[in-house]
Each structure stands twice: as structure tokens, then as C-alpha cells.
Ligand binder design. Structure first.
Ligand SMILES: [Fe+2]
Ligand SMILES: [Fe+2]
Length: 361
């Protein structure tokens, strides 16, 4: 097994090496470096392109005062989901505090999620249909419950967050369509509102950025720890539910309304979340992933290489590798602009196991 100190030698094309030359520690170290680079790239982009403020960036005093009861109920639900930021932040941190890049990102992410709670709070208050007392009471009621992590490890959580962020983005985009008076359900016929439309658009862009960060993280897991990551991906897909749905009062009525008005339901989840995210992860379907895992389990443990090959067939790893390389390219361009010295640059290192697998095809 190679020590972490010898990591530098792997920064050259992997065809010179045989299978299994990256130890577990080396893979973790590569992931850590990548997450730090990705975090810095993310912050740079966030500050230059998405530096909005939930108070000043919106013309709240001109928000419509006569939104439909359906829009009001949806705003309450969105507000409720974003009210558990203290739990999302605190509990998430317990499983990643040791990782510099991931914990730094988690803080930044929590800060951006906090402004989402503030944004929906403003939407409720400026709607003219909810009093400050009502919002405060509802906040107390929500905060009386505590959200817990759906998974207890960073690998499962990164996949969970990929689907959760995408689902949240789709919810906000679809309410945005209603607020723009476009292609939406008849109950929203009188809900066109440029102020609400802008709120939906700004917050959806944040959720898209979150989705992309976690997607890059998920690809890193798939690239350096394919077996573990694929099992996590399959687990998360089998058991996925939106955060806090079991603790938000009347969530079922909110969920039913989202479904009935085509803002979000099983169809949107399958078509706009799962299918899109799986494509972005180089996967075809849960069935294909499960098939690969099952086939790999049928192979005896002592034939480790064959076991690994079986699992590689359930995913398009050349797609993963290309996307991981592109992510490093973006990080490296930022580092070049900053003037990061060559020896400190975030270098992409091929996974020799994958290279050997593809070379053997
Ligand atoms: Fe959010
Ligand atoms: Fe988010």
C-alpha cells in the first residue's frame, strides 16, 4: 500500500500503473483536495454571480396582495421546508466536520439556505394575507420539531442532497411558471406576479448551484469509490423522501396540493429529478444500477478485480471521468487567475482501476 506522502507520483497518466495503485487513504486525500478546490470555485462564483439579498433584491412593497389560497398554501409549505436550516446545518456538520472542503462548503450552503428561509418569510409577510403574529407562531410550531439526518455518512448524504436539491429547484421553477402566468394549472389563473416570479427565479438559481455542487461531489465518490458510491446511490433512490415531510404539520395536504397543481408530484420526481440526475451521473436507471450491484455480489470476494468490473458496467464511467476532469479544469482556471503556485494546484489524478477496466474492453 502506498503512503499518502507518495501521492505526488500519481499525478501522471495512470497507464504506467497497475490496478489498485491508489490506496483508500490516497483516494480520500484526492477527494479532500478536490472538495477544497471545488469549494473555492463555488464561493468565487457565488459571490460574483448570486450575491442577492432577501430584503433589498425584491420589490416586496409591490407584491400582489390577492394571491390564490393555493399559492398562499404553497408559500407556507416552502417556508416550512426552509425553516429547518439550523438542523440541516448542525446535523450535516456532525458527519463532515473533519473535512476542510466539505465543512467549509456546508457553512456556505447553510448561509445560502438561510436566505431562502428569509425570502419565503418575506413573501408570506408581504402577501398581505399572513400577519407577523401568524408567521411567528408558525415558526415556533415548526421549530418545535427537529429534523434528523436521513443517512449517517457523507457518501449517502451527498447522493441524497443531489436529489433533494434538484427536487427543490423544480418546485421553485414550477411555482415561478405560475407566477409568470405561463403553462400552469388553472387554479393559478389570477396569480401572475413579477415580484413572486423574481423570488422563485432567484431561489431556483441558488438551488441549481447547490445541485451542481453536490453533483460534482457525487461524481468524485463514483470515480474514486465506485462500489461504495453505487450502493449509496441505489439506497438513496429506493428510500428518497423530501426533507422534514414527517415533521411539518399538514405536509400531506401541502404535498397533495403540489401534486394536484402539477408543481411537484411523482411525475415531476421521476422525469425532472431522478431521470435528469441519473443522466448527469452517467447512469441509466435504478434497475441497471441494482443489476450491476447484484451481479458484482454474485462474484466471490477473492476475485476482487472481476467484482469491480461487473459494477463498472452499470454506469458510464467515461462520462463520469470527463465530468470530473472538467470540474478540475474549472478549479484550475480559477487557481491560474489567483496565481496559485504550480505545486499547490489541485491536480486531477486518474483512477487506475477504471483505466485498467476500460483498457481491457
Ligand atoms: Fe433552499
Ligand atoms: Fe439548496
Amino acid at each position: 500500500m502506498h503512503s499518502i506522502d507518495s501521492l505526488g507520483e500519481f499525478a501522471v497518466p495512470s497507464r504506467h500503473y497497475s490496478v489498485s495503485q491508489l490506496s483508500i487513504n490516497e483516494r480520500h486525500k484526492l477527494m479532500e483536495r478536490a472538495f477544497v478546490g471545488l469549494f473555492r470555485w463555488y464561493v468565487d462564483r457565488s459571490q460574483t454571480t448570486r450575491n442577492w439579498n432577501p430584503d433589498r433584491s425584491f420589490d416586496w412593497k409591490n407584491m400582489r396582495q390577492d394571491h390564490s389560497p393555493e399559492v398562499m398554501q404553497i408559500l407556507e409549505g416552502f417556508f416550512a421546508v426552509e425553516q429547518y436550516i439550523p438542523d440541516y446545518s448542525a446535523h450535516g456538520m456532525t458527519i463532515m466536520r473533519e473535512s476542510y472542503g466539505r465543512s467549509s462548503f456546508h457553512l456556505r450552503w447553510g448561509m445560502e439556505e438561510e436566505r431562502h428561509a428569509d425570502l419565503w418569510r418575506n413573501a408570506l409577510l408581504f402577501s398581505g394575507q399572513r400577519t407577523l403574529d401568524w408567521v411567528e407562531d408558525y415558526t415556533d410550531q415548526l421549530r418545535g420539531q427537529e429534523w434528523g439526518l436521513p443517512w449517517d455518512n457523507p457518501c449517502h448524504m451527498v447522493f441524497y442532497t443531489v436529489f433533494q436539491e434538484r427536487a427543490t429547484q423544480v418546485n421553485y421553477l414550477n411555482l415561478g411558471l405560475a407566477a409568470r402566468g405561463e403553462e400552469s394549472h388553472e387554479v393559478f389563473a389570477n396569480d401572475a406576479d413579477p415580484v413572486l416570479a423574481k423570488a422563485c427565479q432567484m431561489i431556483a438559481v441558488d438551488e441549481a448551484a447547490h445541485y451542481n455542487f453536490f453533483l460534482e461531489g457525487a461524481r468524485l465518490w463514483l470515480y474514486y469509490f465506485p462500489e461504495r458510491a453505487l450502493e449509496a446511490l441505489a439506497d438513496v433512490l429506493r428510500h428518497f423522501t423530501m426533507p422534514a415531510r414527517n415533521i411539518i404539520p399538514n405536509y400531506d395536504a401541502f404535498g397533495e396540493l403540489l401534486h394536484r397543481t402539477s408543481i411537484f408530484g411523482l411525475r415531476q420526481h421521476a422525469r425532472d429529478v431522478v431521470k435528469v440526475a441519473l443522466e448527469n451521473l452517467g447512469a441509466e436507471s435504478l434497475r441497471k444500477i441494482e443489476e450491476g450491484i447484484r451481479r458484482s455480489r454474485e462474484i466471490p470476494n477473492e476475485l476482487g478485480k472481476i467484482r469491480t468490473s461487473a459494477i463498472f458496467e452499470s454506469l458510464d464511467f467515461s462520462h463520469i471521468e470527463n465530468r470530473v476532469k472538467q470540474m478540475f479544469g474549472r478549479v484550475n482556471r480559477l487557481e491560474a487567475e489567483i496565481g496559485v503556485p504550480e505545486e499547490q494546484v489541485t491536480k486531477f489524478v486518474l483512477n487506475p482501476e477504471l483505466q485498467a477496466h476500460f483498457a481491457a474492453l
